[in-house]
Design a protein around this ligand. Structure first.
Ligand SMILES: [Zn+2]
Length: 244
């Protein structure tokens, strides 16, 4: 443990994230909330191959904060876009073990967020790949996420969900690239809320006994995910408040 802590401290010292303190939102913010994969298969203990095997503080906090933000947004009738990782049983997603199979509870929102399904301000998108931007593409070349930004005239997105360094980061990086490429108007800013994000925990001493598994220490990879998002141009904030 002492060694782990030292490594984490060293990483944080050498690649600091320097979170911006607080994001204050008001009715002129033109903001949308993007919730990435807060489904049972990634968040609920014992819910399949990629779910936590025991209660996990970072994941629980992420679920609480996502649900809290969703309440605030829906209360104000501000737009919310939720990705749900969902796979056809016959189409595996390399390199991951089977997870979030359509029709199972793994691919459904966690209990704390299920209520958003019946909210008018919420758009749900099932996706079968890590990258939500890619998973929003339709066969005709249109993109459900791009259309949502345009239709709701969203200038700022606040992103929460799991995993910080995988699905959240891939989506954020691609959204920023799309914005810079001029195909995501009128989007200006992508904000990652650090306490609203989490990643999974697979420490080295566990991973080394699993064939083909990569070690994935939770705190460290969460930090790296935030660092990478910031490096791509996202704003990383540790607090979000609402201006009445
Ligand atoms: Zn998946």
């Amino acid at each position: 443990m002492v060694t782990d802590k030292t490594i984490l401290d060293q990483v944080k010292e050498n690649i600091p994230v320097d979170e911006e303190e607080s994001l204050v939102l008001n009715r002129d913010s033109s903001v949308g909330l993007v919730i990435v994969d807060v489904v049972n298969g990634f968040c609920t203990v014992g819910s399949g191959n990629m779910a936590p095997t025991k209660p996990n503080e970072q994941i629980s906090k992420m679920v609480d904060e996502s649900a809290k933000l969703a309440r605030e947004f829906c209360h104000r009738k501000w737009p919310v876009f939720a990705f749900l990782d969902s796979h056809h049983p016959d189409i595996p997603e390399f390199p991951y073990p089977p997870h979030c199979i359509i029709g199972t509870d793994e691919s459904n929102l966690v209990p704390a967020l299920q209520w958003i399904e019946s909210e008018n301000c919420v758009t749900l998108r099932r996706k079968d790949c890590v990258n939500g931007f890619v998973g929003s593409m339709e066969k005709d070349g249109s993109n459900v996420f791009v259309d949502w930004v345009k239709e709701k005239q969203i200038k700022v997105i606040v992103v929460v969900g799991i995993c910080t360094d995988i699905c959240v980061f891939d989506f954020v990086g691609t959204a920023l690239a799309a914005r810079n490429h001029g195909v995501l108007p009128p989007l200006e800013d992508v904000v990652v809320y650090s306490h609203g994000c989490a990643t999974f925990d697979l420490p080295l001493h566990v991973a080394k006994d699993i064939k083909g598994a990569q070690a994935h220490p939770q705190e460290l990879m969460h930090h790296v995910g935030l660092y990478m998002a910031k490096g791509r141009g996202a704003k990383v904030v540790s607090e979000i408040s609402f201006d009445p």
